[in-house]
Design a protein around this ligand. Structure first.
Ligand code: CDP
Ligand code: CDP
Length: 225
């Protein structure tokens, strides 16, 4: 049987990675967090002091370093740069602030898109990101566009930052999230947008399990279980 794919796209903090991980766990599919791949490139730029919008400098950096992605124990993606596990550094405010800049660069996108497609060729996957249903896997078995209102998305992110030891005000998070969503939606290449055949789910005020159940029903309806 050929591999099955569940594509989950949407703006920051909509709950994509949380629900994608749980759906993957239930289906015993591989969970691929494509945002972590873009974050790895942004992390490297921060570490090496490279301007994230400087196309040639970022391309050079990506070519000179070795990236490796592995399934982690809690089903999250483990990200290695030059054999060093950098997974713990990818969600810092510093990286979040810059990631949309590297994600707009054509070379970076084409390289990461190839890696993502390679995973889906050999494994059944639940993949989350911004362009999975539109560009990376246009023939995905199930496509979901997950949203929530910006206040709720920002509150969720604030709680996550707090748990990681970063205290950031709600206003600052709303501002940087809105800015990132704007950059992601307005870029020329693979912008954040719903595929025409994606099912829209608004997770505002919804418990995680309720969203997971909705997606599981879509998978069941597609007759892949
Ligand atoms: O978790 P959160 O929604 O905050 O972000 P993420 O999924 O980790 O993605 C971080 C950033 O990577 C996004 O804001 C996009 O700029 C970029 N990204 C992308 O362009 N395409 C994807 N398929 C996934 C992420
Ligand atoms: O991947 P994305 O940026 O879309 O969001 P996430 O990192 O999965 O979710 C952000 C936070 O919202 C997580 O801490 C989840 O536990 C929480 N969440 C929630 O409270 N209710 C939901 N229906 C989904 C996520």
């Amino acid at each position: 049987m050929s591999p099955v794919s569940v594509a989950i796209d949407g703006p920051a903090g909509a709950g994509k990675s949380t629900v994608a991980k749980l759906v993957a766990e239930r289906l015993k599919f591989l969970y691929i967090d494509t945002g972590a791949m873009y974050r790895a490139v942004a992390y490297l730029c921060v570490k090496e002091n490279v301007d994230c919008s400087d196309t040639s400098a970022v391309d050079k950096l990506v070519k000179e370093h070795e990236f490796r992605f592995e399934e982690g124990r809690d089903l999250g993606l483990l990200v290695y740069v030059d054999d060093q596990d950098v997974s713990a550094y990818l969600r810092s405010p510093d990286v979040s602030e810059r990631v949309s800049l590297v994600a707009a660069l054509p070379e970076v996108r084409s390289r990461l898109t190839q890696w993502q497609r390679a995973f889906a060729k050999t494994h059944s996957v639940v993949m989350d990101g911004r362009d999975i249903g539109t560009v990376v896997l246009p023939d995905a078995t199930v496509k979901v566009f997950l949203t929530a209102n910006v206040e709720e998305r920002a509150r969720r992110r604030q709680q996550e930052y707090h748990e990681r030891g970063f205290d950031v005000s709600l206003g600052e998070i709303i501002e940087s999230m809105t800015q990132r969503d704007k950059l992601d939606s307005e870029r020329e290449l693979a912008p954040l947008t719903s595929a025409p055949d994606a099912v829209h789910i608004d997770s505002t005020g919804k418990a995680i399990d309720v969203v997971v159940d909705e997606i599981m029903r879509l998978v069941e309806r597609a007759h892949v279980r």
